[in-house]
Design a protein around this ligand. Structure first.
Ligand code: NDP
Length: 314
């Protein structure tokens, strides 16, 4: 679709997690008059989490959604222009760079900070897709409530799966946790908490073959890969917690990425292969992926953008 309107800005920030908002706070204070587009999930992944206990400065912990409201307020107070809208297409062939919002509004930007984060991964089963929203979910915190007093299953063995299993164990009668290997990837402290929860049952070496149910989940068929035993477990809810993938699809072909789509940055900076385009947070970080590291790299991107804008030839 052809653009119906266009606007020129010094600094365009795409994404509204800790990286995007931190970049907005710093660029606004540097008087770059940043415009930030929030995307379809304002606040990013922290809005679908519960308590954040490891972000410095919150000794009593803080709810993820509440923390992101605070980030947004701070960015707005510093003068950042925060807008609802989704970047749907880019043209990075020349400067100023062009970014289309919601397929119609054209933004022209001297510098771009990409902070689009990552999204949940799915198993890829047809039954998972069919029953998504009808008992299948990738967010226990969002949907666990619907399964109060019921029996649920969760797949995954990282910190997210552990956290979500514990969350569900407080609402549900039983939590069946399927782990594809004979060990968990989650941190020791989380594994310990899982072991201590009396209503979480772990199934080692177990893969999910099918999620059962016509119009809503009523069970799951699993297979033990060590012995080959197949069994059906009746559950009402099925949660997927197997990691995330970077939200970088619209930048493919323009920016260098690794094989899984994480945007490559020059080590020690947020610079991409294109001058004036910076990447921060989970979209470029497959290792740390924490709110605090995302915020830190958002700050780096802001400083990199500020420096680049002041040094570039006019
Ligand atoms: P991870 O990538 O750490 O873990 C993904 C898990 O899903 C792994 O156990 C993996 O199994 C399993 N898995 C992947 N694909 C499949 C599949 N097709 N079928 C079955 N299982 C599968 O992702 P997380 O989201 O858990 O964590 C991401 C990062 O965020 C980590 O660094 C984590 O420590 C951090 N985090 C920290 C928290 C905290 O500190 N409070 C809370 C949540 C996350 P396998 O092990 O066999 O590869």
């Amino acid at each position: 679709m052809e653009n119906t309107s266009s606007e020129h800005v010094h600094c365009l920030i795409i994404g509204s997690g800790p990286a995007g908002y931190s970049a907005a706070i710093y660029t606004a204070r540097a008087n770059l008059k940043p415009v930030l587009y929030q995307g379809i999930q304002p606040g990013g992944q922290l809005t679908i989490t519960t308590e954040v206990e490891n972000y410095p400065g919150y000794p009593d912990g803080v709810q993820g959604p509440e923390m992101m409201v605070e980030f947004e307020k701070q960015a707005t107070r510093m003068g950042a222009d925060i807008r609802y809208g989704m970047a749907t297409k880019v043209d990075f062939s020349k400067q100023p760079y062009r970014v289309w919002i919601d397929e119609e509004k054209l933004m022209e930007a001297d510098s771009v900070i990409i902070a689009t984060g990552a999204s949940a991964k799915w198993l890829g089963l047809p039954s998972e897709e069919k029953l998504n929203g009808y008992g299948v979910s990738a967010c226990a915190v969002c949907d666990g409530f619907f399964f109060r007093g019921k029996e649920v299953a969760i797949v995954g063995a990282g910190d997210t799966a552990a956290e979500e299993a514990l969350y569900l164990s407080k609402l549900c009668t039983h939590v069946h946790m399927f782990i594809r290997r004979d060990q968990m990837r989650a941190s020791q402290v989380m594994q310990q908490r899982i072991r201590e929860a009396s209503n979480i049952k772990i199934y080692w070496n177990t893969v999910v073959e099918e999620i059962l149910g016509d119009t809503k989940v009523d069970g799951v068929r699993i297979k033990n890969t060590a012995g080959g035993k197949v069994e059906t477990i009746p559950v009402n809810g099925f949660f997927v917690a197997i990691g995330h993938e970077p939200n970088s699809a619209i930048f493919k072909g323009w920016l260098d990425m690794d094989e899984t789509g994480y945007i490559k940055t020059v080590p020690g900076s947020t610079r991409t292969n294109l001058e004036g385009i910076f990447a921060a947070g989970d979209v470029q970080d497959r290792v740390y992926r924490q709110a605090v590291t995302a915020a830190g790299s958002g700050c780096m991107a802001a400083l990199d953008a500020e420096r680049w804008l002041s040094l570039r030839p006019h």
